[in-house]
Write a protein that binds this ligand. Structure first.
Ligand code: ADP
Length: 166
């Protein structure tokens, strides 16, 4: 049984994140999506519980995708859930540089061998980020192509349906 961890803030989950989850789900037995509290980031638009609930609703019929939450280092959470690797998505060279550095720190922080496995999103998802989606929505524009319907509905409720036809 090969289980992997996909940690992130997912505020909210986008179709870019989903593309990575689905690629990993085709390769590994179980993907554990971890919505992590990041003390260095502002509280975010959605609470951790709201983020988890959206991901759970999207993947409710997929037994091999599990959603959890937690505090602390991804390597510790990976060890706790007996994950063999940490999944990450690489959109561009900035993600690459960041992940390379993170991998180095993760190796230092953990006594266990937990590798990073990076996936490239399909090209239509390459430019999507949670923060860009929130900015576009804040301008009153349609975000439905960037996020699942479950998330779009929650975003419109949270930010307001101004000019969004909702
Ligand atoms: P963000 O960088 O959007 O704040 P997260 O902290 O939730 O996102 O990111 C978790 C992981 O998902 C990171 O490895 C990040 O590079 C990756 N990721 C985010 N958006 C995309 C995307 N559109 N395509 C591929 N990977 C992505």
């Amino acid at each position: 049984m090969t289980r992997v961890l996909y940690p992130g803030s997912f505020d909210p989950i986008t179709k870019g994140h989903m593309n990575i989850i689905e690629q990993a789900n085709g390769l590994f037995d179980e993907v554990v999506v971890a919505c992590l509290h990041n003390p260095l980031k502002k509280s975010g638009l959605f609470t951790i519980q709201e983020r988890v609930a959206m991901i759970q609703e999207i993947y409710q019929s997929v037994d091999s995708i599990r959603v959890i939450t937690g505090w602390g280092a991804s390597v510790d959470i990976a060890a706790l859930y007996e994950c063999k690797a940490i999944i990450r998505g690489l959109r561009d060279s900035r993600d690459y540089d960041y992940e390379r550095q993170l991998q180095r720190f993760n190796k230092d922080m953990s006594t266990q061998q937990i590798n990073a496995v990076c996936f490239f999103p399909d090209s239509e998802y390459q430019f999507i980020s949670s923060s860009a989606v929130k900015e576009v929505l804040g301008l009153g524009k349609d975000i439905s192509r960037y996020v699942d319907d479950v998330v779009a509905k929650k975003l419109y409720l949270k930010v307001g349906g101004r000019n969004n036809g909702c």
